[in-house]
Write a protein that binds this ligand. Structure first.
Ligand code: SF4
Ligand code: SF4
Ligand code: SF4
Length: 250
């Protein structure tokens, strides 16, 4: 693709971003939690997710609904669940860790993209424009969370985008809507009165790999994450597995 062609597509993308933001503001008056979308003159929303691992039973409804909603190709995953076994019998535990793109405030995937196909929307969601993506995989290698994959059907980078098409219609992400135990909470982090903001303010929360400096906007309650290489627990049996390709350990 020539530079001119890329710039033309970027211009179209900027226009569509404006349209999308306007329609989303209208839809926000309906079913999104709290004052999810800002109106003119108000602070812009910053979308995030909170996952209460104490409520997660590893049922995979979130992963399945994501696959269906976003036409995720077989063998690829936008949303997945890790299983973490720890300890030595009889002192053992099994925990579930739902995973997805963290929609980082300082996303390494965006800074490495040579065509600006990966960018941050005004509401903080990081998305990929498949028309501009050249499939170079820079972003896939840059993400510290292994949240991205190359979609074999589009030839473009792919990942969770909080179901932006559903948000534009005033609905929550598919994984949130399908979680029967309400382990996943979605909302506006910039609104102190939103459900997610109140839960974050009143619980001990953490993010994955904070040392990477990406400032994730996916938060966890009750997380006790470690892997086989955790130097804090050199003698403890720890095993992390997932239905996802490659047994991700991030
Ligand atoms: S749907 Fe909810 S309970 Fe089931 S695996 Fe996903 S986060 Fe956990
Ligand atoms: S989790 Fe990875 S793909 Fe998602 S915003 Fe952060 S760096 Fe980018
Ligand atoms: S593969 Fe990633 S880094 Fe490369 S153009 Fe596509 S979005 Fe940008």
């Amino acid at each position: 693709m020539t530079n001119t062609a890329i710039k033309q597509k970027q211009g179209r993308r900027d226009f569509l971003k404006g349209v999308g933001a306007a329609s989303a503001a209208v839809a926000g008056a309906t079913t999104l939690p709290g004052k999810a979308l800002a109106t003119v003159g108000e602070q812009k929303p910053r979308y995030g997710m909170l996952i209460d691992t104490r409520k997660c039973v590893g049922c995979h409804a979130c992963s399945v609904s994501c696959r269906s909603e976003n036409n995720v190709p077989m063998g690829k995953h936008r949303s997945w669940v890790e299983y973490i076994e720890k300890g030595t019998f009889p002192d053992v535990s099994l925990n579930f860790l739902p995973r997805l793109c963290n929609q980082c405030s300082e996303p390494q995937c965006v800074s490495v993209c040579p065509t600006n196909a990966t960018y941050i929307r005004d509401d903080g969601i990081i998305v990929v424009d498949p028309d501009i993506c050249i499939g170079c995989k820079y972003c896939i290698h840059a993400c510290p969370y292994d949240a991205r994959f190359l979609n074999p059907e589009t030839g473009a980078a792919d990942k969770c985008d909080f179901c932006v098409d559903r948000l534009a219609q005033g609905m929550e992400p598919a994984c949130v809507a399908s979680c029967f135990n309400k382990a996943r909470i979605f909302g506006d982090l910039n609104d102190p009165d939103s459900g997610i903001s109140r839960l974050i303010a009143s619980n001990a929360v953490s993010v994955l790999r904070p040392e990477m400096g990406t400032q994730p906007n996916v938060f966890y309650i009750g997380i006790d994450y470690m892997d086989e290489h955790d130097i804090r627990f050199p003698k403890q049996y720890i095993r992390v597995t997932t239905h996802r390709d490659g047994n991700v350990r991030r």
